[in-house]
Design a binder for this molecule. Structure first.
Ligand code: F6P
Length: 324
């Protein structure tokens, strides 16, 4: 079969995620092995709009599988959010003569890709975000590393906090999604978790849990709060004021986005990068590579972005059941 695909471009966009490098590596190596020329776009849409585009060779991606962040750099482009910016980005893609643009990023980045696809650019998305909030995929690159980093930090906070018989509030990332918080709560042995998807729990119910636990002899409590719920510092002050129990809040912040990717992230990223090129070679257009029911497949870009998963309270219920 004659390979009609001659040239592609790849970029990382939005918040960086550990494993993005592994995905770019898989994209570049699979493409080059199929005689496809690869352009690397730096700084996501910002770089695209400002001509920061260079030829990629296999050696550009040697050793990158071990590294966190993204060697292609990334940005949140304000210009790409405007119709004028999108139009210009579309024109630039056309002038590059690429057969496909591979975008590794979260929902915002892939929504930008959808705009480009409407202008005739073949866009293939790869889910890359620590938040696990691209609902069409059961996995997004970076999640496992972020959870492991946060879990390790929580274990350390627990050491000092239980030594002082304090209450700890730990705020983890997750703007609209509570997955990092739920996983951290289970793996960190939390008494309570606050996530944006559910209105369950407030300061008063947390105070009741802490006081009840004290009567049972439990001297230390851990509450995990997702960034999307926020307010951990004020919550700590309130708990201390009402209960008299010393309470400290820690916001883990960007610490969670860094670090060498775990095996799981390297694995998903490598397979997704490979699958993106496979889809292009198969003549697929405007798709997202997703992980669903244990398999890596592709789904329609627009349908994938519109897909919303329903909140399942099971994990929350498990946290409550095993915290007593
Ligand atoms: O990439 C996802 C994420 O880390 C969210 O959890 C967080 O709300 C946001 O990015 C932070 O973005 P920035 O690094 O631009 O402040």
């Amino acid at each position: 079969m004659v390979n009609k695909v001659k040239k592609i471009a790849v970029m990382t966009s939005g918040g960086d995620a550990p494993g993005m490098n592994a995905a770019v590596r898989a994209v570049i190596r699979t493409a080059l092995n199929n005689d496809i020329e690869v352009k690397g776009i730096t700084r996501g849409y910002e770089g695209l709009l400002h001509g920061e585009i260079k030829d990629m060779t296999s050696s550009h991606v040697s050793e990158v599988i071990f590294r966190g962040g993204t060697f292609l750099l990334t940005a949140r482009s304000k210009e790409m959010m405007t119709p004028e910016g999108q139009e210009r980005a579309g024109q630039i893609c056309k002038s590059l003569g690429i057969d496909a643009l591979i975008i590794i990023g979260g929902d915002g980045s892939l929504a930008g890709g959808l705009k480009l696809s409407k202008m005739g650019i073949n866009v293939i998305g790869i889910p890359g975000t620590i938040d696990l909030d691209l609902d069409c995929s059961d996995y997004t690159i970076g999640f496992d590393t972020a959870v492991n980093t946060a879990m390790e930090a929580i274990s350390k906070i627990k050491d000092t906090s239980s030594s002082h018989e304090r209450c700890s509030i730990v705020e983890v990332m997750g703007r609209d999604a509570g997955d990092i918080a739920l996983w951290c709560a289970i793996t960190g042995g939390a008494e309570e978790v606050l996530i944006p998807e559910s209105g369950e729990s407030d300061v008063n119910s947390i105070i009741n849990i802490i006081l009840e636990n004290r009567t049972k002899g439990k001297k230390h409590n851990l509450i995990v709060v997702a960034e999307g719920r926020g307010g951990s510092i004020e919550m700590a002050q309130e708990i201390e004021k009402i209960t008299g129990i010393q309470t400290r809040a820690t916001i883990l912040g960007h610490l969670q986005r860094g670090g060498s990717p775990t095996a799981l992230d390297r694995m998903h990223a490598s397979v997704m990068g490979y699958k993106a090129i496979e889809a292009i070679l198969n003549g697929e257009e405007n798709r997202i590579v997703v992980y669903r029911d244990g398999k890596h497949i592709t789904v329609d870009l627009e349908e994938g972005l519109n897909y919303k998963r329903e909140y399942d309270p099971q994990m929350y219920n498990i946290i409550k059941a095993i915290s007593i």
